[in-house]
Write a protein that binds this ligand. Sequence first.
Ligand code: G6P
Length: 584
Amino acid sequence: MCGIFGYVGKKNNAAEIVLEGLKRLEYRGYDSWGVVVEDKACLRVERKAGKIGEAKVSLPSSHVGLGHTRWATHGGVTVQNSHPHLDCTETIALVHNGIVENFSELKKELKEKHRFTSETDTEVIVHLLEDLIQTKNFSEAMREAFKKLIGLNAVVSLKGNQLVVAKNGSPIVLGFGEGEFFVSSDASAILPYTKNVAFLEDNQAAVLDASGIKVFNLSTGVEIEPKTQKLDWEPESAELGNFPHFMVKEIYEQPKILEGIIKTSSRQVEELADFIRSSYGAFLVGCGTAAHAALTGQYLFSRIAKRHVNFNVGSEFGYLEHFLTPRSLVVALSQSGETIDIIDSIKLALEKGAKVASLTNVLGSTLYRMSDYKILLGAGPEKSVCATKSFTAKIALLFLIASQLSGTGKEGVRILEQTVREIKRLLDKETVEKIEKLAEKIKDKNHIYIVGRGLSYPVSMEAALKIKEVSYIHAEGFPGGELKHGVIALIEPETPCLVFAPNDETYGGIISGAMEMKARGGHIIGVSFKDADVFDDWIKVEDTGDGTAITNSIVGQLLAYFLAVKRKCDPDKPRNLAKSVTVK
Ligand code: G6P
């Protein structure tokens, strides 16, 4: 939530570098944006409400710059509320990600002698800094100001030719280039310049200037050697290439990612399976799409490994803390590794002495750092706000882990390989065109109902979530058996009903449900290995055993994508959403 990008170094086009960085981070928030540079001891700022898109800045040349792309929390979407915010002397600029919980108290005190120009919680930090800098150097003043804040925050401030960073929440990555240094909310934005990065830990501060980066303990001020690591992502993996949107690009990346998982994950799969085996009470937690992956995991562990692994959404997990003991294992799923409800869940688990394992896509993320055991998804940067490739990567890993637990690891790999072949066939022209035509047919409907049973139940929920997120059509996914308990009342003539009917024990039941919806005039769209009389439209998905959950999900992703495009919605930046939800 909110993107931060800062530059200091040998080049004199800091404004452009920062703007380009913000464009790469825009998926984190796109209500408004702003850039500041230092010019002959003055600050020059440009701020705009709305998406960055193809924006250009007309700021003077400079060797130091800082920018922000906002997802509004305190105060509406206006130029005044967009970051960077300046102090009264206009010599300090500041950007922020997080929420200052005690901002009203602080503002009350500061208002006496400072001029406030926005409704944000952020502005209090820059005025605090303004007061403290009278008696302290820039970095000390920042540390002192930060200590007065309650809440989880990351802030970066620019004064003179320095950038100072402090954080106790929200991700911050430092980039070490040749004579140039970067600070960003996300490593992928730094990737075009350098692969050498360090993830700032909570309770750390950093000072960046043309000579390098220094990291400090936020409380004590003692200097710490930054732990640099080398990113293994390729810069082009964060670019669009020939695709019109990241969402469809990322859908098409899935076969390659799953092949990578098959090739490289066997040792980690074995180790996590051992962790689960030796736990007494294992829990899968995730939010949004990751929650659907976690629920899919619950079915997979039950079906394949005959083991009950509890599922819950991150925001509810805290209410189940009573079940946690030092023998529990919490397996946290999160693409970003930063989702606040997941971080809170694992903090709670760790406090209770439980072990934490994680499946995340971001090396060095908070979840990655906090986990006792971690597996990286290896899906490369996911830029589209709605998760696609990270979802199937998580399912593939959970499937392999469940297979390993049941002693059928090799069979698991074979099924996954077969699934990859089927995904490639699906992504070939014919099926994609069919799904596109289907989207054209139903694009003006107000409601879509989606049913599945067993393993296809989370798949239905995920398909509905994708459709809601990117096309704004109301879509509901639910277990086929629940149809008669309410939802059938909503089926009217021509209501689109998507039915997942794989070749498993759910087939008979789900076809009966389809018949009942058809009897009420529903337009039945079957996603199945074979055609059935009840289907008005049929998307063929070959049977690949439990791997069908992955291929069926991809049908849902493609349908959501085409619905968005046909309704002229931006699938990569849906309204009101953000890629990484780091505030409560
Ligand atoms: C946001 C995103 C979703 C994502 C969810 C969880 O809501 O829009 O696409 O599934 O967060 O994100 P995580 O990074 O924890 O997987």
